[in-house]
Design a protein around this ligand. Structure first.
Ligand SMILES: [Zn+2]
Length: 381
């Protein structure tokens, strides 16, 4: 294979615009060192005396990619933290978000809203377009907080969903964090839902994990025929990985397919193969390996390779799942580009793939698939 073709592929992947189809906003306040360390790993807290979360693929990757962009050269952890302390957050945001090469950010504002900058401010700092997702569990919790009569919940949820979904490009569910996927996915009756609400105390209402309520809110969302995103696999320690295997979504996927509702499986580690298999077998299932990218750093190529075993290339999406720390918005993109480039160049170099196909597939994964899935206008791309 001509060296020239590989150069063209590298340059193309480095500069192609991305649609980050699942992401969150940035912190309004400068994070402390402890917060910074926690945020790079979705972890519960510090590892213990003498240990640092920076001593990980995520940490090394952050120092490798972000320190030259912020401070002109590669730094050690202590230098990075010290220099970062003196740089205004708005400037860090602008550099990180602006250099991610993302044209559209599809934001889930359903968690930690008060700590984060507004979506308008995010759009301003990133110089990109912002679209919004609606997190179903957050809406259910808001409605439950103001529902006195359990019997009124189904109807109130329906009308609130109609109001809140205006302007959204999709929904998001975190049921993997709550009841898990191995539940009865048949649509419950309003009476079943009311009975479930009746049995919930204030704590249960503020943290929805009842499988009947979960199934209800997802079936209601399906009426809109918008994509529904599901957190799958990797997360912080609140997620029980044993119950977030996407194969347990099968009956729901069959129902969603019948109703022409697209489903997007997010993050997926360590279930990239299961997700790829589901994408191959259903006409409505999409996946990404977001979050995994910045967490696994230089090893991200393995996660992407597993996804690309079976997942049709028209069903693979890009996301960062960055939350709070602008470094993660940048890192998601740069690590993804590097991993994709490594795979595609290897396949072209061995003459398995044609260079033109590599360029076409790169564009599909970067933005084409998401643009089609979320109905984003191509004129303003
Ligand atoms: Zn997320």
């Amino acid at each position: 294979m001509a060296r020239h073709s590989l150069e063209v592929i590298r340059e193309h992947i480095d500069s192609m615009p991305l649609i980050d189809h699942h992401v969150h906003s940035c912190l309004a306040e400068k994070p402390s060192y402890e917060r910074l360390e926690k945020l790079i790993c979705e972890s519960a807290g510090p590892l213990g005396e003498g240990q640092s979360r920076f001593d990980s693929q995520a940490g090394f990757s952050l120092l490798r990619h972000c320190s030259p962009l912020l401070f002109g050269s590669r730094c050690r952890i202590d230098e990075y933290v010290k220099l970062r302390e003196h740089m205004p957050e708005a400037e860090i945001d602008a550099r990180m978000l602006g250099n991610a090469g993302v044209s559209d950010w599809i934001i889930d504002p359903g968690w930690g809203g008060k700590e984060l900058i507004s979506l308008d401010e995010f759009s301003h700092r990133s110089q990109g377009r912002v679209r919004r997702l609606l997190r179903l569990e957050s809406l259910a919790e808001t409605v439950l907080a103001s529902t006195a009569e359990a019997g009124g919940f189904p109807e109130t949820f329906r009308s609130e969903l109609a109001v809140q979904s205006v302007g959204c490009v999709g929904f998001k569910s975190i049921c993997a964090y709550r009841c898990g996927f191995d539940i009865d996915w048949q649509a419950p009756s309003d009476t079943d839902v009311a009975d479930a609400v009746m049995a919930m105390d204030a704590t249960a209402r503020s943290h929805v994990q009842n499988p009947i309520i979960t199934s209800f809110i997802i079936h209601e969302a399906m009426r809109y025929e918008l994509p529904i995103q599901f957190h799958v696999g990797i997360g912080d320690r609140d997620v029980d990985l044993r119950h977030s295997n996407p194969l347990d979504l099968r009956s729901l996927l069959i129902e969603a397919e019948r109703r022409r509702v697209p489903i997007a499986l997010l993050h997926c580690w360590p279930f990239e193969r299961e997700c790829g298999y589901l994408c191959q077998n259903f006409t409505n299932v999409y996946m990404d390996v977001g979050l995994t990218m910045y967490l696994t750093g230089i090893q991200a190529v393995d996660s992407l390779r597993r996804a690309m075993e079976l997942c049709p290339f028209s069903r693979l999406l890009y996301s960062s799942d960055a939350w709070g720390l602008p470094e993660l918005h940048y890192l998601g993109a740069v690590v993804f580009r590097e991993a994709l480039c490594s795979l595609l160049c290897t396949w072209v170099e061995s003459d398995s793939w044609l260079p033109d196909d590599a360029l076409r597939v790169a564009d599909m994964i970067a933005s084409g698939n998401a643009s089609r899935l979320y109905g984003l206008s191509t004129q303003d791309m």
